[in-house]
Every structure is written in C-alpha cells, then in structure tokens.
Design a protein around this ligand. Structure first.
Ligand SMILES: Nc1ncnc2c1ncn2[C@@H]1O[C@H](COP(=O)(O)OP(=O)(O)OP(=O)(O)O)[C@@H](O)[C@H]1O
Length: 710
C-alpha cells in the first residue's frame, strides 16, 4: 500500500513537491496569496532599488512602533484613510462591481476546491481498493474537474490584477493631483518634509493596491474555507479539530513574537533603497558638473555609503526573516504528518477508509492555512505595514501640506490678484499719481523671512510697479533677491505685508480665498510669468519646450492605448490649462528666430524631435529658449531672475529689446551693471542686519537707456 504523505503545506509546497498536485484540491491555485506573499517580499526588497526616487536629503527616522493594540488600531485607521477614497470616488460603481466579481470568482474557486477534496477521497479509495473501473472513472472526473475548474482560478487572478491596476491608476492620479497642488512638491522638497515622495507614488501605491486586494481575498477565502472544511474535518474526527486549533494559535503567537522587528526593518529598507537610487539619479542629472570637477571618487564613496546602508539593513532583514523561517518552515512541514498521525489509529482499527486519511490531511491543511494566515504571511504583512505607514504619512502631509511649527514663523504675506480697474492712482501716502499708466503691482510693508528658520531678509518694503516700468533688483548675493520673487510667486509666505497684482482676472481673488494655488496660478497665468534662475527644460520635444507652461501638448504614452479597459481612462486630465489661441508652427519658428535660436531647429531635427534638452543646449541657449516662452506667452508682467546671466552682452541687449518691443513690463534680478540700461528703476537691497528694524533697501529712478530709448 502506498502511503500518501500528507497534503501540500499551504505555502510553497507546490513548488517543491509537484507530485503533491495530485491531491484533492488545487494547492497552487488555492494558495495564490501565499505565492503572492513571496512575490511581495521579493518585490519590496528588489524593486525599491529600481524605484524612481527624488528628494531625500533628509534622514527621517521611521515612526516609533510600539507593539500595542492601539498601534494596530492606528495602522488600521491609516489603512482605511489611504484605501477608502477610491471606493467612494466617481469610479465607485465600476470598482465595486469588479470587486464583487472577484469575490464571486473566489467563492467559485473555493467551491471547486471542496469538490476536489471529495474527488480526492474517492480517487485514493479506488486506488487503495485496487478497483480499476472505479479508479478510471475517478481519474476521468478529476480530468474533467481540472478542465472545468482551472479557468475559474485563472479568471479570478486576472480580474483581481486588473482591478488592482484600476485602483492604482486612480490613486496615482489622486496623489499626483494633490502632490502638484498648492506647490506641495516644492514645500516637501525645500523644507525636507518627507523622504522620497516619488517612491511612495510609484512603488508604494502599486504595492498597496495589489497587496490590499490580495489580503482581503485571502481573508475572504480563508473564512469560506474555514466554514467548508471545518465541517468535513469535524465529521471525520472531532479531536483532530482541537489539535488544529492548538497548533494554529500557538504557531501564530510564536511567529508574531519572532517577527516583531520585521516591520521596522522593512520600513527602513524602503527608504534606504530609494535614497541609493536617488543618489544615482543625481549623478545622471549632474553628469557634466561631476565630470568637470572630476568628482567620481567622491560620488563613488557617497554611492557606496548609501548602498552599504541599504545592504546592512537588508542583511538584518534577512537574518530576522531567517529566524522566523526556522520556525515557519518547521511549522509547515510538521503538518504533513500531524493529521495522518492523529487519524491513523482509526484507520488501523478499520473505522475509516484509506481515502479518508487523505481527505482529512487535505481539510486539515486548508483550515490550518486559514488559521495560520499570520504565520505564513508574516513577512508580507510586515512589508505591507511599512507601505501603509509610508503612504499614510504622505497622505497626511498632502492633506495639511505643512508640518513646521507655526509659532516660530509667521505666514502672513498676503498675495492678492485684483482686476486692473480697481488699482488706484492714489499713492499709499495719499498723493495723486501724475502718470496715466496702469498700476500692475503694489508691495505694501513687506517683511520677508526665510520659511525654515525665520531669518529676516527684507524689512518693510514698499514699491509700486506701473505698466512699462522696468525694475531691476540688485544686491549682494544671499541678500534675498530671489526670495522676493518667491514671495511674489506665492512660494513663500513667511513674513508679513501685502503683495497685490492688478491684472485682468474676471473677479478678484486672493491666496486665502482660493486655497488652491493651482487655481491662483491658472487664473493669473498669461498675465504674470516667472523665469527662474535655472532655466527648466521639460521632458519632451522642442515644441513642448516652447509651449510650456501656458499650453500643454501631451504625447501618447502607449501608442494605441492600454488594452486593459477602464484603467487608462482614469488617467485622463479633467481640465486643460490652455484656452483660446495656441501658437502655430510658424509662430514658434518666428519666435525662435527672434531669440536667435532659429538654427537649433535644423540641428536637432525639427520642432518635434525629442532630446534631453538640458544636456544638449548650452545654458545661454536654454536662457534664450526661456525668453522665447516669454514672447509667446506675452504676459503683462515678467519676473526675470538672473535670466540672462549666461548670455553675452549683445544677446542680453537683444533679448531685452525684444521684450520691450512686445510691451511686456518686467522686473529683473541681476548683478551686471549693463542691465541698468534696460530698467528705469533700481531696487537695491542690502544684507539685512538681524539686530536692526531699519529698512535695508532703497529705490532709485534712472532713465531708461535701453535700445528703444536710444
Ligand atoms: N528654503 C530655505 N530655507 C531657509 N533659508 C533659505 C531657503 N532658501 C534660501 N534661503 C536663504 O535665504 C537667503 C536669500 O536667498 P536668495 O536666493 O533670495 O538670495 P539672492 O539674493 O537671490 O542670492 P544670489 O544673488 O546669490 O542668487 C540666503 O541666505 C539663503 O541661504
């Protein structure tokens, strides 16, 4: 007689013992979650290294994780906060329908497993009784069962994966919207609020959606299994049920004790892998500077240091996993003989048939798998908790979008946009303006401070800018010139005072009234344009460079679109920023000629050629491209932060002449004396004395000597 050595332990057995597939259920399919568990763990360890990382100079420690019930509740609350929005979103009907389908398929697969359990019993009974006819019949049933049952398992997995993709698509858009809203990405970066937000958006979201679905399905099928198979087991031999309870609860308690450090280690691993990845991205982005400096050795040290940190943590993680697996593997393999050992005396005394041993082993495994979810999935659960923590932390930040102590620094700079008609010709001191030009900008008693430490940069600034006024801001390096533009752009609000733009919006609005900065920028775009100190080249074609930021031109991410229905439609942008006239190819070519960049079109293969523009264009060419954007946008007011610093004087004069003839009023920052020719006012800022409350600025009127006035 052949002794069938137990059934497949719920986890991994199918990989190691394919012969055990002949058992009365379908272990590889039934235990997909267990297989998924190993996938998750590998994914967490490896793919974090391939994540697209961004900022992380901050060395944030993971939150302390005391192992108390209240911590579990907090984790659950975080999970719910991250998971819930999708299921109540505009896509909720589709989402819930698909979820119901996945659950129905899971139910069907459990039913099929129970069927296989009985088939297995009869199959082995026929074998043991040497009943060839019955054996052939059972074999046929088995084969038909496979043919009919397998599609359900495959479809269940497919439906689950597509739902997870749909959920991820929605969440990616949801997180991206909030990340880019109100300049949160800028605050996170400039104030080092959290590490690697990009990794959270790419890896953590993907892992969260697939793992959350897998876990809920595992829980669901475990409950159903428990009900179906407990009945079978109890009918066979009640004491076996007691053995099972003791074994599973004891095992769970021991594995929780052995694996308690894993959550923290998984959390740190995520961060360290992303930090390492980010330093590699920085080497790529700053390749030329590093090569000029010959800084390879330093970079190597830095990279190795970050890798070592990830490596050390991974080593600890592996040791902790190894210790846990000493226990869990023993736990798994013991159950191959335990149920057989318990019921064997009944078989020897002839109370049960041989097939019943197999059936009880199979049912025991099923139920034990359900009771022992924590034992089998401990590593996956700990990795998942780390993901929940990271996403929860990110989610909280996106909701509040600032975490620094407000008592230290006052955020009281009021930025207001008003319609042009409301600007008064009265000066703030009451005198009447003699000029007829429209006021575009008014700065009232502005005291500007740095946002992180509250150092005062400018005291009590008062200034008015009228149409055709061209103001040059000068001062020593670090005195706060760029910061003044940051305040005008609404990036910094630390300090006090008021900045008012008199533009052309349909109605008046303030930064407070419209909490979304995106709205503010959208409403003011076209009227004010900022050219930052470092020209920013978007990823895309030359045409996209020129149309940025006023008009968007999207490129097809996947030609033909996604084959998986629904998910890609969730990624469409609801509202475009462009309105009205969009420059034609002729306009773009003419503008490039106007900034003396006509030659680059041929050199780089046309307006629609793709290049890494920040690498292939010289800094001066990038600055000229930024002026081309300015000429295309035709704003009322341009704020230029050293935006001609890389140009020779002739090109600089040419560009200023172009924007003057376009009728654009501008405020520039610069150090060069030659710039004074193109401005009729100079604001000189001195480095602020922290002890003094005296004004550290003065405004000089000069005559405009620019080419138009010569
Ligand atoms: N996020 C920040 N947190 C705290 N301090 C900052 C921050 N960003 C800039 N600073 C500080 O604010 C001061 C003014 O910076 P700003 O960039 O405005 O100088 P600047 O006058 O434009 O200098 P430069 O001529 O060198 O470009 C500097 O001392 C700088 O170190």
């Amino acid at each position: 007689m052949i002794l069938i050595t137990g059934t497949a332990p719920p986890v991994f057995t199918t990989c190691y013992h394919p012969v055990l597939l002949s058992h009365s259920h379908l272990p590889p399919l039934r235990h997909e979650s267990a297989i998924h568990r190993s996938k998750i763990f590998r994914f967490r360890s490896v793919s974090a290294a391939s994540s697209s990382s961004s900022s992380s100079s901050s060395s944030l420690l993971p939150p302390p994780r005391p192992d108390k019930a209240s911590e579990l509740r907090a984790l659950w609350k975080r999970f719910w906060k991250v998971a819930a929005p999708f299921w109540f979103s505009e896509d909720k009907d589709q989402a819930r329908l698909r979820l119901a389908a996945v659950f129905a398929l899971t139910l069907a697969t459990t039913g099929i497993s129970v069927g296989f359990n009985f088939l297995g019993r009869d199959f082995y009974n026929a074998l043991a009784n040497k009943d060839q006819e019955q054996f052939t019949k059972q074999l046929l049933y088995y084969l038909c069962g496979f043919a009919g049952g397998i599609p359900f398992f495959v479809l269940r997995d497919y439906a689950k994966e597509t739902l997870s993709l749909r959920w991820r698509s929605w969440m990616t858009k949801y997180y991206l919207q909030r990340y880019l809203k109100d300049q949160t990405f800028y605050k996170i970066q400039s104030q080092s609020l959290i590490d690697n937000p990009d990794q959270r958006i790419v890896d953590d979201l993907s892992s969260f959606t697939s793992t959350a679905l897998s876990f809920s399905l595992t829980l669901f099928s475990a409950t159903i299994d428990l009900i179906s198979f407990s009945n079978i087991l109890f009918t066979i031999y009640p004491p076996l049920f007691l053995v099972l309870l003791l074994y599973s609860f004891g095992g769970t308690a021991i594995s929780v004790f052995l694996g308690k450090g894993l959550v923290n280690l998984n959390f740190l691993q995520e961060k360290k892998e992303a930090d390492f990845r980010y330093s590699l991205v920085r080497v790529r982005e700053n390749a030329e500077s590093i090569a000029f400096y010959g800084g390879e050795e330093n970079e190597m040290q830095l990279l190795l240091q970050r890798f070592r940190s990830a490596f050390d943590n991974l080593t600890e993680l592996l040791i902790a996993s190894r210790n846990l697996e000493f226990f869990t593997d023993g736990y798994r393999y013991l159950i191959q003989i335990l149920p057989a050992a318990v019921v064997a005396p009944m078989f020897f005394s002839g109370k049960i048939e041989f097939g019943v041993i197999n059936q009880s082993v199979s049912a025991f495994n099923h139920i034990l798998g359900d009771f022992s979810l924590v034992v089998y999935q401990f590593q996956a659960i700990s990795a998942f908790s780390a993901v929940i923590d990271r996403l929860g932390e990110f989610d909280d930040l996106l909701d509040n979008n600032s975490t620094r102590d407000p008592s230290q620094i006052m955020d009281e700079i009021k930025l207001t946009y008003q319609s042009a008609g409301t600007s008064s010709l009265l000066r703030s001191n009451g005198s009447v303006q003699s000029r007829q030009n429209q006021k575009l900008l008014e700065i009232e008693e502005l005291t500007l401070q740095t946002p992180t430490n509250g150092t005062t940069l400018v005291h009590n600034l008062i200034a008015d800018i009228y149409e055709k006024d061209h103001l040059l801001i000068m001062g020593p390096s670090g005195s706060g010139k760029t910061s003044l533009l940051r305040a005008m752009a609404g990036l910094w609000r630390s300090g006090k005072g008021r900045i008012t733009f008199y533009l052309n919006p349909q109605d008046d609005f303030t930064q407070e009234k419209y909490e979304s900065h995106e709205t503010l920028v959208k409403r003011s775009s076209g009227d004010v344009l900022f050219l930052p100190q470092r020209p920013y080249m978007v990823l895309g074609t030359l045409r996209q460079q020129l149309l940025y930021p006023a008009w968007s031109t999207t490129m097809e991410a996947t030609p033909g679109g996604s084959k998986i229905d629904g998910a890609s439609s969730l990624l469409k942008k609801d509202d475009g920023i462009e309105e009205g006239y969009k420059p034609t190819t002729d306009d773009l070519m003419r503008t490039l000629e106007n900034v003396r960049l006509g030659h680059i079109v041929d050199r780089f293969g046309g307006l629609d050629s793709l290049h890494e523009w920040s690498s292939v264009l010289s800094l001066g060419e990038q600055q000229r491209l930024a002026f081309a954007r300015l000429l295309l946008c035709q704003p009322k007011l341009a704020l230029l932060d050293e935006s001609t610093s890389a140009l020779d004087e002739a090109n600089e004069a040419h560009l200023y002449q172009q924007i003057q003839s376009a009728g654009i009023t501008y405020i520039s920052i610069g150090h060069r004396q030659t710039l004074t020719m193109f401005h009729n006012k100079i604001l000189r800022i001195a480095t602020a004395d922290p002890q003094s409350l005296e004004r550290n600025w003065r405004i000089e009127e000069t005559s405009l000597l620019g080419p138009l006035n010569q």
